[in-house]
Write a protein that binds this ligand. Sequence first.
Ligand code: NAD
Ligand code: MG
Length: 374
Amino acid sequence: TKAASPKEEQQSVTAEVQVQLGDRSYPIYIGHQILSHAHEILGPRIEGKRILIVTNEQVYDLQGQKLQQSLEKVAATVDVVTIPDGEEHKTIDTLSTLYDAAVEKNLERSSLIVALGGGIVGDIAGLLAATYMRGIPFIQIPTTLLAQVDSSVGGKVAVNHRKGKNLIGAFYQPQAVLIDSETLQTLPSREISAGYAEIIKTALLGDSELFGYLEKNSQAILQLEPDALRHTIAACCRIKAAVVSADEEEKGQRALLNLGHTFGHAIETLTHYQVYRHGEAVAIGLVAACRLAEKKNNLSSQVRERLIKLLYAANLPTQFPNFSRENWEKAFSLDKKVKSGKVIFIIPQSIGACQIHKDRDLTIALEVIEELSV
Ligand code: NAD
Ligand code: MG
């Protein structure tokens, strides 16, 4: 791609989505090569502030300087703190080192936390912002496809406990989300595909037009073509924003975002989070959700066929790994979505429309897994 002139760069911040949550509403800015314009785009949210950028070393080396130099143009101070890479470091111990950094850098109630990185950085920096001095402002700058279409929007922030993922957390909305699709250029292709699985999920659960767009443009998206990315990221953020606006704290409809995730979590549990990226497990879960819907709701098998084509295009898996029925049963019972003995499955009614389904009896779900196992 040719280098854009500064003028073109600024013009490219056209797509913007608003998350409507009353006085906690916030914008999502989406563009290409906009990281070095963060100070112009974010304006008063950073002017004169003490800022702490939370990131990891890898992301800082690739993207950090651009952002830091931009923020330094208008902020009072800009400090950077890094956390180690990897899900095993999304812990209260790592969070504790961030509190130390915040205190050491004299962050105040009016200071700002900026999360620069993937979902791990976003979740932990968000929990820091939610709890330091009972809550200080925070901005998400997601740099993985998964974080740009999913985790940076909606205000769920958390760290893991040894006994389970995301057990310690809060609902805490950012002041803004800034998405620069150029940052994806350095992301490994497996991470792109994992994020793409959540995009397919979003289309299947809430946007048949997006689903059709993906069928026509998957190569452009996977090759990180800026216009295709902008269209896709904006569409996903719009859907997530609408769901979150209607049900911020997951008392009902927000559970729809878990399409494919009940099966996905079972896969991750049984493979100890070592074999599949989250998005890959979700990919298999989406196929299973469609098959379950065929059995329970007479969903046309064409939906599953179209879904599998999309997943193939991104090199995503579509079949379950082999485990015994007993193992799968155990994995489901561990799922935190087990509520009073029922497991929650989100099942498609058609492309773009899903419903929440609670089941005490896992017979049909287990049948689906058996059919779809390698
Ligand atoms: P991640 O944060 O681990 O990032 C994946 C890898 O890519 C890491 O090694 C990271 O260092 C690297 N990376 C990040 N940006 C890069 C870039 N631009 N170039 C090169 N490398 C880059 O993983 P993820 O998939 O982004 O996020 C997963 C986390 O998100 C999980 O902890 C999950 O629980 C959480 N999550 C949260 C929500 C939510 O609503 N809060 C939703 C979905 C997932
Ligand atoms: Mg997910």
